[in-house]
Design a protein. Structure first.
Length: 164
């Protein structure tokens, strides 16, 4: 049929905001696009001509947004982790995705649709996996004090100045 999805594709259930949300996400991430919009026909259950699904890609990952009605809502038990290379990338995604949503601890946020995201610098994982437990624990302690992750503050915790 011409629409190619990933082997595993997250399906996001919205009440009626599937197209709006897909456009919002595509506007934030650089390598993103709307792939297809499917509309309800006369068989319903939604109004004929209204959006049923929106297939979209973000950074090579396929998603489907479904207008399924108010029966289900999002939970932070499922989130999308976004690895960022720079503080500018962390800042930009954090600021854009959190508009109208909630900024939470340790790089987590909930967007205006209720979808949870983790905006995390890739260097954090490296620091937390350091074989030196003192370093990794200092980084963990610093991260637990943050909402948006700050790479410079993580680096200060990772390699504190030594007093001579």
């Amino acid at each position: 049929m011409g629409i190619s999805l990933s082997k595993i594709t997250p399906n996001l259930w919205f009440d009626h905001q599937a197209e709006e949300a897909a456009n919002f996400y595509v506007s934030i991430f650089k390598d993103s696009k709307i792939v297809n919009v499917t509309r309800y026909g006369e068989a319903g259950p939604g109004p004929e001509g209204s959006v049923l699904t929106v297939t979209f890609d973000i950074e090579g990952q396929s998603f489907v947004a479904l207008n399924g009605g108010p029966h289900f809502t999002f939970s932070p038990a499922i989130s999308f982790l976004v690895d960022c290379e720079t503080q500018d990338e962390v800042d930009g995604l954090w600021d854009k995705l959190s508009i109208g949503g909630e900024k939470e601890q340790c790089g987590w946020l909930r967007d205006k649709y209720g979808v949870s995201w983790q905006i995390v610098p890739a260097v954090l994982r490296e620091m937390l996996n350091d074989p030196d437990p003192e370093k990794s624990q200092r980084v963990m302690k610093a991260m637990l004090q943050m909402k948006k992750i700050n790479i410079k503050d993580l680096q200060k915790a990772y390699e504190p100045l030594t007093k001579n």
